[in-house]
Design a binder for this molecule. Structure first.
Ligand SMILES: [Zn+2]
Length: 64
């Protein structure tokens, strides 16, 4: 039995046109990949995400 989690960028408000998606075995890994995606694809600074933003993004991580 395997467990996986995924994040689809298009689920994020305002990112509907982004095809980016990450899948990993743990939520921690999904977070790292999400942050990397945000930097590379959107020029964002994950270090600047506040608790509200992180809380919202966390709701977008789903069992894959
Ligand atoms: Zn994206």
């Amino acid at each position: 039995m395997s467990t996986a989690y995924s994040y689809a960028c298009k689920d994020c408000e305002g990112m509907e046109s982004c095809p980016g998606k990450v899948v990993a075995a743990t939520i921690d890994e999904v977070w790292k990949l999400m942050e990397l995606h945000a930097v590379i694809a959107h020029g964002e600074d994950p270090g600047a995400w506040d608790d509200e933003t992180r809380g919202y993004l966390k709701t977008l991580i789903r069992p894959a």
